[in-house]
Design a protein. Sequence first.
Length: 249
Amino acid sequence: MSEHKFFALIIGTEILNRRRTDAHFDFVSKVLADKGHKLTGSFIIEDDPDLIIQTIKFIASQANPVLFSFGGIGSTPDDHTRQCAAIALRDGILYTHQEAKQIIEEKLGNNAYPHPIVMAELPKNANLLYNPVNKMPAFSLDERYYFMPGFPEMGHPMVEKILEKLIPVKKEHYRHTFTALCKENEFIEVMENMPEEVEFSSLPKLYRGGWKVTISVASHDQALSHEAFDMYIQVLKEKNIVYALVDEV
């Protein structure tokens, strides 16, 4: 099986209209990097059911996806994620999850009705995710689609626990970087010949004194990362381009 492709789905009109600042992208990208992995994609979308459904379907269509979704699983009318997940990944029906129902009733007593109890209505065969803050359950589907609250203090510990299971051992990632006093097109031929197993990036910038470009290559294969990096270094030396190596973690 191919490696997991990780996605973040951040749902909340309040983020797009800047009433709140997103805290999820930086967190997820960092905890993945700490494990030697990266995000394949991150989406911030409004509380629109059709858009949520289509985004989940798109992510599910990718090879071996893992989705971390934040927001929209509560009990207010703008919380659409439970229903959208059921439509995108199941039969479209929400079922009463008995364990979730019990947790909500035990936590809230009579105050569980009439509204909070709807959080126990989940897609078919949902598994619960423990909420370390207020015990209100989040859920997952197929051990690859994880739907969590939009509150970072609730969702982020869930992500850490999930990754402990998915990635028990850090995968080493070997990266090499340099900055050169030239345009990026000096390296196009090299870029065209990069092995598929090598991730590379080119970040040009125009300064008052001219062009600079920062080139970075990385791979889980240490020897291959060195080999790929040396291809760029050879061009720098052949063309007498001034450059400096950059230390990166």
